[in-house]
Design a protein around this ligand. Structure first.
Ligand code: FDP
Length: 341
């Protein structure tokens, strides 16, 4: 006869790893928090689920990149003028397909496409996405990421998409997030009610809430900037970098925006990509790189600026507009701006 086990009365099992609670799954979390959205009809929730699903597929591909022919360049350049990597293209296909199928997004702006993609549906949302950020790190097994910004379309559904739907202020974002394909895979997002981070559990194929209510420390000791370009920084930027050295800050620069941002978010720090001689307006893209991270930074108590104004207040003039980017711990960004202004 089979005997039943009462877990509550067996402390050794109760406290063992197998009996530990696995936490809140992303799906449940989205559902539980749906009433926080201004227009709680379920579409934004579904859209976040679509992104999560596509990220799992990309995560699978990223993890086997060395095993099958997924590394290296395709032989073409994207809109940013960077050489397209096979995984860049694949990630773009995965996200575009998931969002097109979902039907909640009517238009998509991507690093990989010159103009916006009209998804020909009745979707109420517009998305700007960098499907695979930090692509120069793919071939060397270093962390990479996905960045996304979600907007509500301004023109009525069933009418042609207009410029005002696409070129929206960062402060108009209704949600934003990133996926970090790192030592573990994480999805971090905000819908304007704080920032929450979810870690992917590969054997269960689910994201679980691992970092609730993320807060960026107001002060930090890490500065992240490509100092190889030091000679082409403006004098005030050089002076701020010198200030970081004088303060004995630690320099950490992975060269994957998402990974550098995420580390600074957890530990406290500042990420800077200033204007350089090569990139006179900075290198990073306002619409699908900086806006999302600026929104997340602010929601976590941090700050993001182009050196002169709040990133979220910049009116984009074009899809692939670049900007200088200072993001991270509030006090550090304020100090950097004081040097630069
Ligand atoms: P990448 O060119 O590898 O795609 O957004 C582009 C980006 O990476 C960021 O992820 C990264 O922080 C930055 O560029 C690195 O640029 P540098 O090599 O000029 O430092």
């Amino acid at each position: 006869m089979q005997r039943s086990i009462n877990i509550a009365s067996t402390p050794s099992i109760e406290t063992s790893r197998i009996a530990q609670s696995i936490g809140t799954a992303l799906d449940r979390f989205i559902k539980n928090n749906q009433n926080q959205f201004a227009y709680a009809s379920g579409e934004l929730s579904q859209l976040l689920r679509d992104i999560a699903l596509a990220s799992k597929v990309v995560n699978r591909e990223v993890n086997k990149a060395g095993l099958i022919d997924l590394m290296g360049a395709v032989g073409s350049q994207n809109m940013a003028g960077d050489e397209q990597q096979k995984l860049d293209v694949l990630a773009n296909i995965r996200f575009t397909r998931a969002l097109a199928k979902g039907g909640e997004v009517c238009a998509l702006v991507s690093e990989e496409s010159e103009s916006f993609v009209d998804l020909n549906n009745e979707g109420k949302y517009v998305i700007a996405i960098d499907p695979l950020d930090g692509s120069s790190n793919i071939d060397v097994n270093v962390s990479i990421g996905t960045i996304f910004s979600i907007y509500r379309r301004k023109s009525p559904v069933s009418t042609p998409i207009r410029e005002e739907d696409i070129l929206q202020l960062g402060s108009d974002q209704v949600a934003a997030g990133y996926v970090l394909y790192g030592s573990s895979t994480m999805l971090v997002y905000t819908t304007g009610h704080g920032v929450n981070g979810f870690t992917y559990e590969p054997t269960l194929g689910e994201y679980f809430l691992s970092h609730p209510h993320m807060q960026m420390p107001a002060e930090g000791k890490i500065y992240s900037i490509n100092e190889g370009s030091y000679n082409s920084f403006a004098e005030p930027v050089k002076r701020y970098v010198q200030h970081c050295k004088d303060q004995n800050y630690t320099a950490r620069y992975i060269g994957s925006l998402v990974a550098d941002f995420h580390r600074n978010m957890l530990k406290g720090g500042i990420y800077i990509y200033p204007a350089t001689a090569k990139d006179k307006f900075g290198k990073l893209r306002l619409m699908y790189e900086c806006n999302a991270l600026a929104y997340i930074a602010e929601q976590a108590g941090g700050m993001a600026s182009d050196g002169e104004q709040r990133i979220l207040d910049i009116k984009p003039g074009s899809l692939h507009q670049r900007t200088a980017f200072y993001v991270g711990s509030k006090n550090m960004v304020e100090t950097a701006i004081a040097y630069i202004k």
